[in-house]
Design a binder for this molecule. Sequence first.
Ligand code: SAM
Length: 227
Amino acid sequence: MRQLRGQERAITGNRQTSLAFAEAYGAGTIDDTADAALHWSRDRAREAGIRTVSTGTGSALSLLAATADAKAVAEIGTGTGVSGIYLLHGMRPDGVLTTVDLEPERQQFARQAFRAAGFAGNRARFIPGGALEVLPRLADGGYDLVFCDGDRMEYAEYLAESLRLLRPGGVVCFEGVFADGRTVDAGEQPAEIQRLRELLRSIRESVHLVPSLLPVGDGLLCAVKRG
Ligand SMILES: C[S@@+](CC[C@H](N)C(=O)[O-])C[C@H]1O[C@@H](n2cnc3c(N)ncnc32)[C@H](O)[C@@H]1O
């Protein structure tokens, strides 16, 4: 990598510090009970070897769910429940999170975590299975927000399904689109990265969507479905 000059280095350093500050700020946005459940859920994810949303991404998800006044949210990639806690926190008190994952045992951890965070059992509907089998069974226009955090190779298909599932004004979000910096790296990249770049392009060019790429965590690509 080329050497950064003094001022450029200071700007880069300030930017990284600011992003770290935004993540730390996100860590304090839920109550202590939910925070303890988030810690537990992150520990289970670490043991399972899966990633979870960062604190900055989590607080953005809460914000988006609250902005959409979400009563129905669909999530692809339950994991052990970290993102689900943030989504439930932002949703209406009577809102229901429908969450899909290939691995039912991870969903059991998520179920425990949601309870520990103080959410009633009827706030979440767990559907085990592959996203591409489950999503077609969900209702047209029945969702205020769709959060995609499953298989990045399938993100284009998740987008097509999300456009069907969302009500006008609803929001779709894709987690991890920076892919640890590989999305903007000029070097040769695997098919997964090519797919992410195509997704970024197709969302930006869509006449049906109003997009924004939020620089939280590993990149949260969001778009509102036009009315
Ligand atoms: C990164 S983890 C999700 C983390 C979770 N959203 C969180 O922040 O706590 C990705 C999850 O997607 C699930 N997954 C992967 N491919 C899938 C697919 N095709 N359909 C449904 N779930 C899938 C994995 O089993 C894994 O639990």
